[in-house]
Design a binder for this molecule. Structure first.
Ligand code: FAD
Length: 466
């Protein structure tokens, strides 16, 4: 029974993977723990409930992971995507902490399955959750409740009172009611990024942000992040950096999840609202390119684009949950999309004329390319000439932002002047920018939240019981 008059050992802000890993760990170390989750119970679990896997270092094959994935290869992969914009100590902690973490997760109710087939081939590096992130979150809540972790839903943390780097109390609103104080000896901020706060995104993206679709929870508005930064936490990460993919433009503005992602770009030509191409759709394998297309679409007029394919390509990728727009001619397709008919016909005709003969093979960087076309399509270029024709509208889909708070090896928030806060910890998206300064490695979001969640929970419990 939640008792807001008592002083908890550990107050956890947020109710996703990072929060749950921290809460369970702290409780197992003997601390009294209260989770405050802004979302109502059916929507608990933040972005974590949309996930499918986490990236794990492993030295030999496991039941669900093939071969081995060693620290140095993991580190090299991270260096490649971040171009070195990472904190090596914390990154290596995340990598090493992922070694064997599956067993810890299984002991707390999470179940795994072998990798799903599909466009992103991750069977060696990423462990897939049976039932997806929703099942993971439900399993962790069941474990947390069995252990005696207390949870309040529909409870937003409005403010943390911090005096000289020491957390005193949180001001919270339950079900939109009058603000009340909740006291605790320590606090763990696990409240995600600020991607659901369109006004904040506009500070960096301008009006374009109105056309962004937020793939995950509407509750990650960055209120705690802003609060901590205002109260002297050291920022980390570039506010413009985020994980953004191209998703089906018909997706809801929030919480559409994984089923709105579109993997058809390498087999298509992508045009803007003027029916003009703007980037090489076949530059590299999709797993290496999918995360740049959100940003590319964001840079086009009105932040809209259209992937155009023909019947040869329609079975080659995982479709979105929405059916493709279909037509018997390019002109009819243009009309259905609201594009200038002549312009789209010209673009397709120019592209078709530039396609050189080659051997199409979507499992390799094949020799199907255009010649004399700007921008070129350097692989998987085949003429778009077999009706029916199909199109998917694309918008930037923001997964999560990278601006966060700096933490140390104990997951303590580092304050101005470089001194760690005494009793304030952070884990998950709110500190992911320490490791992910730029770019993205599939499955790393859940790895960071799990590894640093466990560290934050343990350190907070230790700190509270001093
Ligand atoms: C569609 C989609 C698919 C993804 N797939 C993967 C994947 O397969 N693998 C992977 O590693 N990553 C994936 N990610 C990224 C991953 O979801 C995140 O990195 C990870 O879930 C972050 O966990 P978290 O606990 O920090 O945040 P979240 O799970 O988002 O939890 C944040 C919580 O804080 C709560 N909250 C926010 N503000 C407040 C407040 N002021 N008061 C109280 N509560 C508050 C929210 O309600 C929410 O419960 C995906 C993301 C999306 C959107």
């Amino acid at each position: 029974m939640v008792d807001l008059a008592k002083t908890y050992d550990v107050l956890v802000v947020g109710g996703g993977n990072a929060a749950l890993c921290a809460a369970i760990t702290a409780r197992e170390k003997g601390a009294s723990v209260l989770i405050l989750e802004h979302a109502p119970k059916p929507f608990r679990g933040g972005n974590s409930r949309h996930t499918r896997n986490l990236r794990c270092m492993h030295t030999e094959p496991t039941e669900v992971l093939t071969e081995a994935y060693l620290e140095e290869e993991y580190w090299d992969d991270l260096m490649r995507v971040t171009n070195g914009v990472t904190d090596e100590r914390l990154a290596r902690m995340a990598i090493r902490g992922s070694n064997g973490v599956g067993r810890w997760m299984e002991a707390r109710g999470v179940r795994f399955q072998p990798s799903l087939g599909g466009t992103l081939n991750l069977s060696r590096t990423n462990a897939f959750f049976l039932g997806g992130g929703k099942a993971l979150v439900n399993a962790y809540y069941a474990t947390a409740e069995r252990l005696g972790v207390e949870v309040l839903y529909e409870t937003e943390v409005l403010d943390l009172e911090i005096d000289k780097g020491v957390f005193q109390w949180a001001t919270v609103s339950c079900q939109g009611g009058e603000p009340v104080k909740v006291r605790a000896k320590t606090v763990v901020a696990a409240s995600g990024g600020f991607q659901a706060n369109l006004e904040w995104l506009k500070e960096y993206w301008g009006e374009a942000a109105d056309n962004f679709i937020i793939r995950g929870t509407p509750y990650n508005k960055g209120r705690m992040l802003r609060n901590l930064l205002d109260k002297g936490a050291t920022p980390v990460g570039d506010p413009r950096q985020c994980h953004a993919v191209a998703i089906d433009a018909r997706a809801p503005q929030f919480d559409g999840g994984i089923v709105t992602r579109l993997d058809c770009v390498p087999f298509s030509i992508v045009v803007d609202k003027n029916a003009q191409r703007f980037y090489d759709e076949g530059e590299d394998f999709w797993p290496k390119r999918y995360a740049i297309w959100g940003r590319l679409v964001a840079q086009q007029p009105d932040q809209i684009a259209y992937a155009i394919i023909d019947s040869k390509a329609v079975t080659l990728f995982m479709p979105s949950v929405f059916p493709a727009v279909q037509a018997d001619s390019i002109g009819e397709l243009a009309a259905k999309l609201g594009l200038d008919t002549q312009a789209l016909e010209n673009t397709v005709a120019q592209y078709n004329a530039a396609v050189r003969p080659g051997n199409f093979d979507n499992s390799i960087l094949d020799n199907c390319a255009t010649e004399g076309l700007t921008p070129p399509k350097t692989h998987w270029a085949r003429r778009i000439d077999e009706a029916p024709y199909y199109a998917y509208p694309l918008r930037p889909g923001i997964t999560f932002t990278y601006l966060g708070v700096k933490v140390d090896e104990q997951a303590r928030v580092v304050m101005e002047g470089g001194k760690p806060a005494k009793n304030i910890f952070a884990t998950g998206e709110i500190m992911a920018g320490n490791v992910l300064g730029k770019g993205y490695l599939a499955g790393l979001g859940m790895t960071i939240g799990t590894v640093f969640g466990r560290i934050a929970g343990e350190e907070a419990a230790k700190n509270a019981n001093h």
